[in-house]
Design a protein around this ligand. Structure first.
Ligand SMILES: Cc1ncc(COP(=O)(O)O)c(C=O)c1O
Length: 301
């Protein structure tokens, strides 16, 4: 896959209820979703043919669309079976899935009352390379200059394309300084999350993570909290100020793509990926791995 542009890959994409060849899954340049950000999406991963938390992702896609004032023309069940079909038709077992929905081309203005709602599901191969030693080195994060907005300013709980504008700018700025990603503060100056992942810290054996009151409450984040609690690790969900970063021993980020990735540095603050980060990424990998892997494709909630 490396190097092949995403519009030139091979395979089938599910587009408005039908499978089309990868190269034919096109939209017009005058598409509302492109001009006005009226697009919602999901990022999901299949492990051994089973989409982790598939149902919750599809429910979140519906909820994100509702937040943007549109309704998906396919039910949760229809999208669930379409996702399983996408894996089956493309013969994928370890893959990333990208279901998305956007307003079409019928009207081109801020008002889009009559625009068709389009839905597509693409998937590409994405094996989870699990090299504990490599991961435990930890990644380096910059501190972004953009902040996660006040919920009165933007639909912060939707996984909506428009919200990623500040993420791409922040990630580019971080990369240009040699960092892997950027941690973002929120509109009040509190620690929020990264550009595409949630964040956790460790102090004296306790996990600390920000309250997701103005950013995405990731499914991976929720899973990690459950896994930690199942092990008897205390999880303190609270407001975290950047000055506190000095006092944490470990840090890791969570997300469908990132899984559980330890962090070694955030700007001037240093962390040593340790036992809790290792335990959480091992527990997460165990949770996403189907019991009888490798299996044939099926969507599972
Ligand atoms: C901004 C942002 N925050 C958090 C997450 C983590 O969410 P999840 O764990 O559901 O993938 C993602 C990834 O979808 C994201 O894009």
């Amino acid at each position: 896959m490396a190097g092949v542009p995403f519009d030139q890959m091979q395979g089938k994409i599910w587009l408005n209820g039908e499978f089309v060849d990868w190269a034919d899954a096109k939209i017009h340049v005058l598409t509302h979703g492109l001009h006005y950000g009226s697009c919602v999406f999901e990022g999901e991963r299949a492990y051994g043919g089973v989409v982790f938390k598939s149902l919750q992702h599809t429910q979140r896609l519906h909820a994100s669309a509702n937040t943007l004032d549109f309704k998906l023309p396919y039910s949760v069940e229809e999208i669930e079976s379409a996702k399983a079909e996408v894996l089956r038709v493309n013969n994928f077992t370890d893959a990333y899935l990208r279901p998305f929905a956007w307003r079409g081309s019928e009207m081109m203005g801020v008002s889009a009352q009559k625009n068709r709602i389009n839905v597509a599901i693409a998937a590409w191969q994405w094996p989870s390379y699990f090299d504990p030693e490599e991961r435990l080195k930890g990644i380096r994060l910059d501190i972004a200059s953009y902040c996660r907005p006040d919920p009165r300013t933007a639909p912060v709980h939707a996984k909506a394309a428009g919200l990623y504008m500040i993420c791409t700018i922040s990630k580019h700025a971080a990369e240009s300084k040699g960092y892997a990603d950027a941690m973002m503060l929120d509109w009040r100056g509190r620690v929020a999350e990264c550009t595409g992942a949630n964040i956790f810290f460790v102090k004296d054996g306790v996990l600390h993570t920000p309250e997701p009151d103005c950013f995405l409450n990731g499914l991976t984040r929720q899973t990690v909290i459950e896994l930690a609690e199942a092990r008897g690790i205390e999880v303190n969900v609270r407001a975290i100020m950047p000055e506190e970063l000095d006092g944490f021993s470990e840090c890791f980020i969570t997300g469908t793509a990132a899984e559980v990735t330890p962090v070694a540095e955030i700007g001037p603050y240093h962390f040593t990926p340790g036992e809790i980060s290792k335990t959480m990424f091992e527990d997460y990998i165990a949770a996403v791995t189907p019991v009888s892997a490798p299996q044939k494709v099926a969507a599972a909630g």
